[in-house]
Write a protein of this length. Structure first.
Length: 139
């Protein structure tokens, strides 16, 4: 089941952009980490029940670097929190959607993730996220 908007991912050239968001939001990022599998460093801010995720590429050939080169800095994706990512993937695949990865993978902030290919969602990259602290992975 889709629970809420988990976060909005924003592609930035540098996590120095944290300073701008700290000024706008009037508080600091609660977490910064590197996700080697995605070739990014990320920084998170909480906004009510949702988050903003800043993404900086750690590799000039990475997805975020390519995105910024093509479209510039800005909103990269919208993430939806789910309680069972495998069940949601199956439901959406039965509806005709395709995913970037054949199986969910471990992402930032202790989340199991996968992305719906944007060709099925009017050009919007949608990420599904299962919080492993709240919803342990069903085997």
């Amino acid at each position: 089941m889709i629970l809420k908007i988990e976060h909005i991912g924003i592609a930035v050239k540098s996590l120095n952009a944290q300073k701008v968001f700290e000024q706008v939001l009037n508080y600091s990022s609660y977490k910064t980490e590197e996700v080697n599998s995605e070739k990014v460093k990320v920084s998170f801010f909480t906004i009510g029940e949702s988050k903003i995720e800043l993404l900086e590429s750690t590799d000039p050939t990475g997805t975020i670097a390519k995105y910024i080169e093509k479209k510039g800095e800005g909103i990269h994706h919208i993430a939806l929190a789910v309680d069972d990512i495998k069940a949601e993937m199956k439901r959406l695949q039965n509806e005709g959607f395709e995913f970037i990865y054949p199986e969910p993978k471990y992402g930032a902030d202790n989340q199991y993730i996968n992305f719906i290919h944007p060709k099925y969602t009017n050009g919007v990259l949608i990420e599904l996220c299962q919080d492993l602290n709240k919803y342990p992975l069903n085997q």
